[in-house]
Design a protein around this ligand. Structure first.
Ligand code: GDP
Ligand code: IMO
Ligand code: MG
Length: 422
């Protein structure tokens, strides 16, 4: 029996999961998404080509790969159809390479409207959602009202759709100032559904477990990051799914005993897009530099990402909850020119200094920093760990000591090639 390896983000998303999955896929036959939806934006760069994947697993470009959209994912037919048509235009046989779980829930046009209406009503305390309908769709899932891909095959699919839509229209009428019209968008949505009928809808838990029994190597690809997890993230400023490792079990039907390596990805610094607490956020020139050099703009919404120093209190928390076995550090190259690099190793809360991630993460937290001398040279061309400058190695080895987990892969640029495996 071959266990399922997992790649997931340990921060607030955008750690570089797309790149890592793309780099790791030669070792796997199956790549499976287990949660989230088109709120994700996973960037891939190889040669002169760049792609941003939203719902399609990041293994799609590798020859011979099988890509599964698991039951834990919420799917927008418009966004998925568009994404697949773009990939198909590159000569990739998407119909052969993508399988969709019958149990994956469908994002309706009115789910998106509910997301927008709810955010607008929240005013200043809005989550900063990507407005893709993620929250309302997961609410219908747990509220036992949702529409699933298996329903698309039912004779009365349209009736089921209309019933759920009517419920949403009723809910939307509660938002007095919210105006909307989904007539045009609904047509595109139906076209999306029809396009997706050309794909294989599967009982994904059976398929995945058959692969496990047959020793077929599987990589589970997370979306978002552990600090956006609905249970363990900075609630309520989170997404609506379990982004942590346990999400693989519920989002694919993989038993906990069948989880193998857990690759935890983090940026050498920290970013967050949308609202919510971020203890190490920088509002100064250094923060702006990180954003500028790191091109920190949301891959889905284009919003500037907030930037700050690496937060080891939060990272250790994510390592604990996820059971990370190997760390992967991304975007170290962004700090090539920095004189000093800081890392938060504790939080000062009032008179107390704590080293655990607290129940309430708020603006009163003051990070306690450890400072490192910058490496002050270009590390983008380095391909062997031995060749990194000593200051860089000190930084990496400090993180390893603090977390108790080895940093197995280091990324020094967006391209597939700019990757060092130790
Ligand atoms: P994901 O959502 O976790 O897949 O990450 P995103 O794709 O949203 O954001 C990561 C961004 O960083 C993308 O634009 C990547 O191309 C880029 N990137 C990934 N790794 C590196 C790296 O090591 N160095 C630099 N400079 N950019 C990177
Ligand atoms: P990837 O997979 C970064 C954030 C949003 C918002 C909150 C809730 O690319 O790392 P939602 O649309 O889920 O209701 O938004 O979560 N968010 C992400 N931030 N990367 C992502 O995905 C994200 N997906 C959602 O900005 O703060
Ligand atoms: Mg992203």
């Amino acid at each position: 029996m071959k266990k399922v390896d997992v790649v997931l983000g340990l921060q607030w998303g955008d750690e570089g999961k797309g790149k890592v999955v793309d780099v790791l896929t030669p070792n796997y036959t199956v790549v499976a998404r287990f949660q989230g939806g088109p709120n994700a934006g996973h960037s891939l760069h190889f040669g002169d080509k760049s792609f941003v994947l939203r719902t399609v697993p990041s293994g799609i470009f590798r020859d011979g790969s099988i890509n599964v959209i698991g039951n834990g994912v919420v799917v927008d037919p418009v966004s998925l159809a568009e994404e697949l048509k773009n990939i198909a235009a590159q000569g990739i046989p998407v119909q052969k390479k993508l399988l969709i779980s019958k149990k994956a829930h469908i994002i309706l046009p009115t789910h998106r409207m509910l997301d927008a209406a709810s955010e607008a009503a929240k005013g200043k305390s809005k989550i900063g959602s990507t407005l893709k309908g993620i929250g309302p769709t997961y609410m219908d899932k747990t509220g036992r009202n949702g529409l699933r891909f298996g329903d698309v095959l039912a004779d009365d699919f349209i009736e089921r759709y209309n019933r759920l839509k009517a419920k949403h229209v009723e809910m939307l009428s509660q938002y007095k100032d919210f105006e909307y019209d989904v007539t045009e968008y609904e047509k595109t949505w139906m076209e999306g559904i029809d396009y997706l009928r050309g794909f294989e809808f599967i009982d994904s838990e059976h398929t995945i477990n058959k692969y496990i029994d047959e020793d077929v190597p599987i990589l589970a690809e997370g979306a978002q990051g552990s600090l956006l997890d609905v249970d363990f993230g900075t609630y309520p400023f989170v997404t609506s799914s379990n982004t942590v490792c346990a999400g693989v079990c519920t989002g694919l039907g993989v038993a906990p005993t069948k989880i193998g390596d857990v690759y935890g990805i983090f940026k050498a610094y920290c970013t967050r897009v949308g609202s919510g607490p971020f203890p190490t956020e920088l509002f100064d020139e250094t923060g702006k530099e990180l954003g500028r050099i790191g091109h920190e703009f949301g891959a889905v919404t284009g919003r500037p990402r907030r930037c700050g120093w690496l937060d080891l209190v939060a990272l250790k928390y994510a390592v604990m909850v996820d059971g990370v076995t190997q760390l992967i550090m991304m975007k170290s190259d962004v700090m090539n020119d920095f004189d000093t690099i800081k890392v938060a190793t504790a939080y000062r809360i009032g008179d107390e200094v704590v080293s655990h991630f607290p129940y309430e993460v708020n603006d009163s937290i003051e990070p306690v920093y450890t400072e490192f001398k910058g490496w002050k040279c270009d590390i983008c061309k380095v391909r062997r760990y031995e060749d990194f400058p000593v200051e860089f190695k000190q930084y990496v080895e400090f993180i390893e000591r603090e977390t108790g987990v080895p940093v197995k892969i280091i990324s020094v640029g967006p391209d597939r090639e700019e990757t060092i495996v130790r």
